[in-house]
Design a protein around this ligand. Structure first.
Ligand code: MOS
Length: 748
C-alpha cells in the first residue's frame, strides 16, 4: 500500500454536508402525513401512577391519541427481549408498560398529534395523579448498602484478586495517604438530542431514522420487543451529532415512535427535549477511597482503591472503575474493590472512557498527593513507578510508550521550570499552578463487517453499518480505501449508519477505527486480488506473472513495484475482463489470541496550567499539553479533534460539570445548558496535542489502538493537581467550584 492519505491530516469528508445543513439528522427526515409525539414526564421519583386523565389533552385540535400504560401494545414479556446489545444485567426500563414509577421524569404518557406544537401543548394538559413512595437518590446516603454486583456485565472485568500484604505495606512505609474523592453524576449532553423518525412504509416495514451509536443495536431491540422480523426494520443513523456513549442504548423515543406507528399505521416522530436528555443515562456518581504508601525513595508499596458507584434500582450498570489502580503503576501490594449502590434514577450509561475517566481521575489526584508528601516531583514520582507489565492480568503490553509521552509533553510544557512547592509561582494578581496526570484506555477490536465496491469508472463505494458519531469514521475509512486501491479520496464514497449495510456493532469503546478500518482493509484486499487476476489475464499484460507482493496500486493503476510504467489502469483491467463492478468483503475479528497473551492500551500524559484569582477563587485553565500514544494515527487532524474534545470534557469534569438532584424531590434540577455547565470557549485556553510515534503490529491488524476516549482520561486530574500546585488547596470533591476552593484550607 502506498500511504498517500493514511497518516496524513485530512479534513472530514462529510464536513461540507454538515456545515451546509445537507447532512440530515434523525429529526430532519420527513414522511407523508407524519405525526409528532411528545412525552409526558413523571413528577415523582418513585411510586405508582394512580390515574391519568387525558381528556383535556385530547380536546386540543390535532391530537390523535394519548398512549399510556393502559394501552400497552403487543410487546415482549421477558426481559431478555428488552435487553439490547450493551445492556447491563437486570431488567431494562420498559417505557409506558407499567403504572410503576422508577425515576423522576420517566415517561408516563405519549401524546401524538398532527403537529409538534399540538403534541407539546397537549402533553402539558395530561393530568396524572400518583401514589408516592419514598425515594433514594443520594449516593452518599447509600454507601452502607453498597454491594458487589452478583452478575458481571459483559466486557467489563471484575477487580483483580488482591496481591501482596496491603495492610502491612501500608503500615510500614514512611509516606502514606488515605483519602476519599467524589465525582458527581454527569450527563453526556451531545449537541444533537435523541430523536426517531419512524416511517411507516405501508407493507409491514418500518424505517427508523434514529439518533444512535448503533443502528444494528436499535434494529435488533425493536425487532425483539415488538416481535417484528429484522428484515422489516431498517434503522438509519447516517449522521450523529455527538453521543459520548449515551447513544449506545436504544432510548424511549425509538420505542415510542415505533409503538405509535404500529398502532396508528402512520409515520411518527418522537424527539426528546434537552430536559428529557437528562432521563436517558448518565455517568454514575462515584466515591473513591484510595490508600497509597511509598518508601523514602518514592517507590509505591501499596495501593487500595474502593470504588462505590451509583446504579438504578432495575439494572446493575457496571464499568471498569478501579482496575486502573492496579495497572498504571508498579506496586507489589494491591487491593481493589468495586461496589454498586441502588438509586431511584434511570440506569447510568457509558460516558466517554466509562470507569477510567472517573477511576483514573481519583487515582491520579492521590498519586499527586503522595508525591507531594514524599517531596518528589510528580512526574519523577510516576517515572519511578513505571509499570512495564499489566500486573492485574500478569501480561506484557503489546506496546507502551507512556515514557515517550511523558518526555514529549513535559518538554513542550517546559515542566523543568516548575517550582516544587505549592504557591511558588505567581504572575500579577494570580497564582499559577502546574499539574500533570497519566491516562490509559483499552485498545479493542470488535467483530465488524465491511463491503467495498469498485466500479469500472474507478470509483469506490465503502459500506458498513457502523456509525460516525463525530469521531471521523467517514474520513479514515475513505483514506484507508483510497490508499488500498491507489485512488484519490474524491473517488471514494463512504456509506455508514444503516442496517442495510454490512453488520457492525455499536460505535463505542474507541474500537471503530481498529475494527471497521480492518474490515475495510480486508475488503480492499479482496478487490486487489480480483483486480490483479483480471490484469494478469490481459493480452500482453506486463503483470502476467506478477503476484500481489510484486505490485503496487497507485494513481489508479496496478504496476510492478518500482516500475510504474509496467502496469495497467484499474478501469482498463475491468473493461477488458468485461466486469462492471468488483465487490470485496472484509471482516475484523476480536484478536482473541493476542488478548490471551497481551494487554493493550492507549496511553497519555497530560499537563495543565491554571491561574487562580486568590481572592475570588476563579480558576482559568490557561494551557494544556497532552501527548498520546495510540498506535498508528490514521488522520492527525481528526485524531487531534478527538483529543481536544476529551480534554475540554476533562476541564468540564474538573471545574463545571455536575448534575444536581434535589434529593427531597428526587429530581434533577439543572437539566438545561443554563444550569448544567459545560466548558465554553472562554473556559478553554491553549491546548497542544502531541502524538507519540508508536508502531504496534500486535494491538490490532492495522496497528490502530483508538482515540475517542483516551483524551478525557487524566485531564481533570491534571487540572486538579495544577490547582493544588497553585493554591496549596486540595479539593477532592469534584467539580472544583469557587465555593469549595474558597472554603478549603491550605494544606501546604
Ligand atoms: Mo463510548 S462511552 O463506548 O461511546
Amino acid at each position: 500500500m502506498t500511504a498517500r492519505h493514511v497518516g496524513q491530516a485530512r479534513s472530514r469528508v462529510e464536513g461540507r454536508l454538515k456545515v451546509t445543513g445537507q447532512a440530515r439528522y434523525a429529526a430532519e427526515y420527513d414522511a407523508p402525513d407524519l405525526l409528532h409525539g411528545c412525552l409526558v414526564p413523571s413528577r415523582i421519583a418513585r411510586g405508582r401512577i394512580a390515574s391519568i386523565d387525558a381528556a383535556a389533552a385530547l380536546a386540543i385540535a390535532g391530537v390523535v391519541r394519548v398512549f399510556t400504560h393502559a394501552d400497552r401494545g403487543d410487546v415482549a414479556r421477558f426481559d431478555f427481549r428488552w435487553r439490547d446489545m450493551v445492556a447491563p444485567p437486570g431488567s431494562p426500563f420498559r417505557p409506558l408498560q407499567s403504572h410503576e414509577i422508577q425515576f423522576a421524569d420517566q415517561p408516563v404518557a405519549l401524546v401524538v398529534a398532527e403537529t409538534w406544537e399540538a403534541a407539546r401543548d397537549a402533553a402539558a394538559l395530561v393530568e396524572v395523579t400518583y401514589e408516592q413512595a419514598a425515594h433514594r437518590t443520594d449516593l452518599h446516603q447509600e454507601v452502607d448498602n453498597a454491594y458487589r454486583p452478583p452478575r458481571k456485565r459483559f466486557g467489563v472485568p471484575r477487580p483483580p484478586k488482591p496481591r501482596g500484604d496491603v495492610d502491612k505495606a501500608f503500615a510500614a512505609e514512611p509516606f502514606k495517604l488515605r483519602a476519599r474523592y467524589g465525582l458527581p453524576p454527569q450527563h453526556h449532553n451531545p449537541m444533537e438530542m435523541f430523536a426517531t423518525t419512524c416511517v411507516w412504509e405501508g407493507d409491514g416495514r418500518l424505517t427508523l431514522y434514529d439518533k444512535t451509536q448503533g443502528a444494528t443495536n436499535v434494529r435488533s431491540y425493536i425487532a425483539k420487543v415488538f416481535g417484528l422480523k429484522k428484515k422489516n426494520v431498517r434503522v438509519v443513523s447516517a449522521y450523529v451529532g455527538g453521543a459520548f456513549g449515551v447513544g449506545l442504548r436504544p432510548q424511549a423515543n425509538a420505542f415510542c415512535a415505533v409503538m405509535a406507528s404500529l398502532a396508528l399505521k402512520r409515520s411518527v416522530r418522537v424527539c426528546l427535549s434537552r430536559r428529557e436528555m437528562f432521563t436517558t443515562g448518565y455517568r454514575p456518581d462515584t466515591l473513591h477511597t484510595i490508600g497509597l504508601s511509598c518508601d523514602s525513595q518514592g517507590r509505591l508499596r501499596s495501593v487500595t482503591h474502593d470504588g462505590v458507584a451509583a446504579t438504578s434500582r432495575h439494572e446493575d450498570y457496571q464499568e471498569n472503575l478501579v482496575n486502573w489502580s492496579g495497572l498504571l503503576y508498579r506496586s507489589d501490594s494491591v487491593r481493589l474493590d468495586y461496589r454498586l449502590a441502588k438509586l431511584d434514577t434511570c440506569t447510568p450509561c457509558d460516558m466517554r472512557a466509562p470507569g477510567a475517566a472517573s477511576g483514573v481521575n481519583a487515582l491520579e489526584c492521590a498519586i499527586d498527593e503522595l508525591a507531594f508528601a514524599a517531596g518528589i516531583d510528580p512526574l519523577e514520582f510516576r517515572r519511578r513507578n513505571y509499570a512495564e507489565r499489566d500486573a492485574n492480568d500478569d501480561k506484557p503490553f503489546t506496546s507502551k510508550s507512556l515514557e515517550a509521552c511523558y518526555a514529549a509533553a513535559a518538554d513542550a510544557f517546559d515542566w523543568r521550570r516548575r517550582g516544587l512547592a505549592p504557591r511558588s509561582m505567581r504572575e500579577g494578581g494570580e497564582l499559577v499552578g502546574w499539574g500533570m496526570a497519566s491516562g490509559a484506555w483499552d485498545a479493542m477490536t470488535m467483530l465488524s463487517n465491511a463491503r467495498v465496491i469498485l466500479k469500472a469508472d474507478a470509483s469506490l463505494l465503502v459500506e458498513t453499518a457502523a456509525s460516525d458519531i463525530g469521531t471521523g469514521t467517514y474520513t479514515i475509512l475513505a483514506q484507508i480505501a483510497a490508499d488500498a486501491l491507489g485512488l484519490p479520496m474524491e473517488a471514494v464514497t463512504v456509506r455508514l449508519g444503516d442496517t442495510d449495510l454490512p453488520w457492525a456493532p455499536v460505535e463505542g469503546g474507541s474500537w471503530t477505527a481498529a475494527s471497521s478500518g480492518t474490515a475495510v482493509t480486508r475488503a480492499c484486499d479482496d478487490i486487489r486480488a480480483t483486480l490483479l487476476r483480471h490484469a494478469r489475464r490481459m493480452t500482453g499484460s506486463p503483470l502476467a506473472d506478477a503476484k500481489l507482493d510484486d505490485v503496487v496500486f497507485d494513481g489508479g493503476r496496478i504496476a510492478r513495484r518500482g516500475e510504474p510504467a509496467r502496469g495497467v489502469g484499474l478501469g482498463e483491467a475491468m473493461r477488458t475482463a468485461q466486469v462492471e463492478r468488483i465487490e470485496g468483503k472484509g471482516r475484523a475479528w476480536p484478536p482473541v489470541l493476542r488478548m490471551m497473551k497481551y494487554a493493550s492500551y492507549a496511553q497519555s500524559a497530560v499537563f495543565a496550567e491554571v491561574r487562580v484569582d486568590e481572592e475570588l477563587g476563579v480558576v482559568r485553565v490557561t494551557r494544556v499539553v497532552c501527548a498520546t500514544a495510540a498506535g498508528r494515527i490514521l488522520n492527525p487532524k481528526t485524531a487531534r479533534s478527538q483529543i481536544l474534545g476529551g480534554i475540554v470534557m476533562g476541564i468540564g469534569m474538573a471545574l463545571h460539570e455536575e448534575t444536581v438532584t434535589d434529593h427531597r424531590l428526587g429530581r434533577v434540577v439543572n437539566h438545561n445548558f443554563a444550569d448544567y455547565h459545560v466548558p465554553a470557549n472562554a473556559d478553554v485556553g491553549d491546548i497542544e496535542v502531541i502524538f507519540v510515534d508508536e508502531h504496534d503490529a500486535k494491538t490490532s491488524p492495522i496497528g490502530v489502538k483508538g482515540l475517542g476516549e483516551i483524551g478525557i482520561v487524566g485531564a481533570a486530574a491534571a487540572v486538579a493537581n495544577a490547582i493544588f500546585h497553585a493554591t496549596g488547596k486540595r479539593v477532592r470533591d469534584f467539580p472544583i467550584t469557587i465555593d469549595k476552593l474558597l472554603n478549603t484550607a491550605e494544606v501546604a
